[in-house]
Write a protein that binds this ligand. Structure first.
Ligand SMILES: C[S@@+](CC[C@H](N)C(=O)[O-])C[C@H]1O[C@@H](n2cnc3c(N)ncnc32)[C@H](O)[C@@H]1O
Length: 449
């Protein structure tokens, strides 16, 4: 397993795709992402709020470059390509291509024991689930969590739409999962109908084994001879610790105290985490800000202390604040400069301490590639000439070796590495057209000409 090359408490300002390309493989324990939902809306924070100035676009159109991305995905990830083609509109396709490129990087940087939670809503959740299946594997789907994000309201001609969807996947078979609990329902609490001399509520449980298959322990207790569920010594311990409750005819039953119970195990419908109301202390006015309690639950469930939590669309840093409180390491990225300002402010006021938060705008360099050759090393050229059988990877024309040039498929300035997997040979014309851009740009230009 590779070590992390980014310091904890770093927030990057910039597009998350090139930045993620600079993060070492298998270095993250938990990813939560709350990306734009393809809502066809552009968001801006209200003037006068702490987040004023923050805005992001959520409208999508299929450009030549998106189409070229699709061509690239088709060659390397055919299943993903089929899923994207299932989308009904060009705008949906464009959105899914944008998401697919990023989810592929997220899979690479996630540890084998890691988990990913993708927060979305019904606009795209059905397509995103297919994309997640194609990227992470259908067998790694864990849950579709329904989060009731708002109070009931009337939507015209449909049922009130009041939930978001959180798609939870693991990278492998053994993700971290710490069981979480929530308060019991009133219905369940009615079963705790007794109160002991100290005012503690309890319910009473059967100690006889008559109805159990596979036997029990026969002995006399309180003048009653029966087959009991526990051995005599255990019954004595219950007696000493005041855990026996006697029915009118003297039969002992076990007291189960409410205070000893952990709560109800959390299920996949979350109705106990309310949205942030207009007066809430945590509210900063950032568009689509999520409640801390939501992130608290996810982080506690799917990570442990000192592990690394990552949010590539961190907004006003809800995930990062929750991770900091829970003593996790964290990294965030947001394209908006306002997000970095808010995270510093939020963590300082939340913890009441000066924190060493690092704000970076550069593209990090991976440190897990070992000693690799510089991209234009003659050995790379010879290997690539053989792999491409002498054809330019742009126009497809055959050339002598000396007329082909080594090029980064993903340009260096957007996180592309010198690794042979990111290299190709282009003729000098295609190389000039492509310049410092990605391969998708070259394909779209060649398709146009
Ligand atoms: C739905 S909001 C996230 C809100 C966040 N969960 C919170 O509680 O504040 C989506 C965020 O993604 C950011 N974003 C959009 N495109 C991005 C990109 N390519 N790279 C990084 N951040 C991006 C937007 O600036 C916005 O802050």
């Amino acid at each position: 397993m590779e070590t992390m090359n980014i310091k904890s408490k770093t927030i990057f300002t910039g597009d998350n795709l090139p930045i993620m390309r600079g993060i070492n493989s298998e270095s993250i324990d938990l990813i939560y992402l709350d990306p734009p939902f393809n809502s066809k809306t552009n968001y801006a924070a209200p003037i006068g709020s702490k987040a004023a100035g923050a805005e992001f676009k959520d409208t999508w159109t299929l450009s030549d470059v998106d189409n070229a991305w699709l061509d690239l995905i088709e060659t390397k990830y055919p299943a993903l390509n089929r899923v994207i083609h299932a989308a009904m509109t060009n705008s949906d396709k464009s959105y899914l291509i944008y998401m697919a490129a990023r989810l592929l990087e997220m899979k690479r940087i996630l540890k084998d024991t890691g988990s990913i939670y993708l927060h979305c809503d019904t606009t795209m959740s059905h397509y995103l689930k297919l994309v997640m299946d194609a990227v992470f594997g259908k067998g790694n789907f864990r849950n579709e969590v329904v989060w009731k994000r708002t109070a009931a309201h009337n939507d015209s001609a449909i049922y009130g739409s009041i939930h978001d969807t959180i798609l939870y996947y693991s990278k492998g078979d053994t993700p971290t999962l710490n069981e979480q609990y929530q308060p019991y329902s009133d219905e369940y609490l009615k079963r705790y109908k007794h109160t002991d001399e100290n005012g503690k509520r309890f319910l009473d449980r059967d100690l006889t084994a008559g109805s159990l298959s596979g036997g029990g322990y026969q002995y006399e207790w309180n003048g009653i001879t029966k087959i009991w569920r526990c051995p005599f010594t255990t019954m004595q311990e219950y007696h000493k610790s005041g855990k026996l409750y006697y029915t009118r005819n003297g039969t002992p039953r076990l007291k189960q105290f409410l205070d000893d119970m952990p709560g109800a195990p959390v299920q996949d419908v979350w109705i106990d985490i309310p949205p942030i109301n207009s007066q809430a202390k945590e509210r900063v006015g950032y568009p689509t800000q999520k409640p801390l309690a939501l992130l608290d639950r996810i982080i506690k469930a799917s990570s442990n202390k000192d592990e690394v939590v990552f949010d590539p669309f961190c907004g006003c840093a809800t995930t990062l604040v929750a991770a900091d409180r829970l003593q996790r390491n964290w990294i965030g990225i947001d394209i908006s400069e306002k997000a970095a300002e808010l995270v510093v402010e939020r963590i300082k006021s939340d913890q009441g301490l000066f924190e060493n938060i690092i704000n970076r705008e550069d593209i990090p360099k991976r440190t897990d590639l070992g000693d690799i050759l510089r991209y234009n090393h003659p050995k790379n050229k010879t290997q690539l000439y053989g792999e491409q059988s002498g054809y330019c990877n742009g126009c497809g024309t055959h050339f002598e070796k000396q007329h082909l040039e080594v090029d980064h498929i993903i340009a260096e300035n957007v996180g592309g590495t010198d690794h042979i997997e990111n290299l190709q040979l282009l003729c000098s014309h295609c190389n000039r057209v492509k310049g410092e851009r990605g391969q998708e740009y070259l394909i779209s230009r060649l398709n146009k000409d």
